[in-house]
Design a protein around this ligand. Structure first.
Ligand code: SAM
Length: 253
């Protein structure tokens, strides 16, 4: 694919985003599948969903393919990823995108709905430190309806297992270097390509002004997430999927 073809082809940008993310998470589709299994199990096949820190709308994309009667609000701050998301879903009345900073205390005011059946997020909340993340969880306690769910798939590090953590980290990086032989773009290369695209160059420059190369944040443990979600008003919270480095935590209001 040429660079000029990419600029007009949102689906191609989606696919290259997926390949880039899979470089870091080979099991990315598996966690989306489990997430949607749990949506179906707990709130049914026609949910009103908030895709939190949606990026290009990867969760919304899988949601609508599997549950055509679902609706989704995607919220993010990154103008380049949101441009791809908006381009992809243009004309789809089931989908709305909102630009907001999740660290802004008033971000829920920007949403089109005051309550959701499911709030779903992946590979995003490690961009926030624990303190603002706990504040965000408190806000989600107010946004998820009673009986509704919140799910977060992300890196969750157990501070009690430093030797396992170090070995897992080294192994993951070694395997990534060994298996990336087909030239899949990594994070830095993907953004370098976006910066050269005639449509995405402006929004990409703006996202680097907002975030830098990558936002700061930390990766609290699964226990921290479950405890903090219970303190935020969710009745139950536990992992429904885990890998050696990541977990998918599910909380029911
Ligand atoms: C690695 S991407 C993941 C996107 C998507 N969930 C996926 O799985 O492909 C992380 C996302 O978090 C968003 N994000 C990070 N901090 C944010 C903040 N303070 N407010 C809104 N979005 C934020 C970034 O803009 C980015 O789109």
């Amino acid at each position: 694919m040429t660079e000029s073809a990419r600029s007009a082809d949102w689906r191609s940008w989606q696919e290259s985003w997926d390949r880039q993310q899979e470089l870091y998470m080979p099991d990315r589709e598996e966690r989306f599948r489990v997430m949607l299994d749990m949506v179906e199990a707990l709130v049914g096949p026609e949910p009103r969903v908030l895709d939190l820190a949606c990026g290009t709308g990867s969760i919304t994309d899988r949601l609508l393919r599997r549950f055509p009667k679902a609706t989704s609000t995607g919220v993010d701050l990154d103008p380049a990823l949101l441009a791809i998301a908006r381009g992809t879903f243009e004309g789809d009345e089931r989908v709305t995108f909102v630009t907001a900073d999740l660290k802004d205390p008033r971000w829920p005011d920007t949403l089109p709905h005051g309550s959701y059946d499911a709030v779903l997020t992946a590979t995003a909340l490690h961009w926030l430190y624990s303190e603002p993340l706990a504040v965000l969880y408190g806000q989600l306690g107010g946004l998820v309806r009673d009986g509704g769910v919140f799910m977060n798939a992300d890196r969750m590090t157990d501070p009690d297992t430093p030797r396992i953590n170090a070995a897992e980290h080294d192994h993951r990086h070694t395997v990534r270097d060994r298996t990336n032989t087909d030239g899949t773009l990594d994070w830095a290369d993907w953004w370098a390509l976006a910066a050269k695209d005639p449509v995405l160059a402006g929004p990409t420059a703006e996202r680097f002004r907002l975030f830098g190369a990558h936002a700061d944040g930390d990766t609290p443990s699964l226990r921290w997430h479950a405890d903090t979600l219970r303190a935020a008003g969710f009745g139950e919270a536990r992992a429904v999927w885990s890998s050696p480095s990541d977990s998918l935590v599910l909380a029911v209001k």
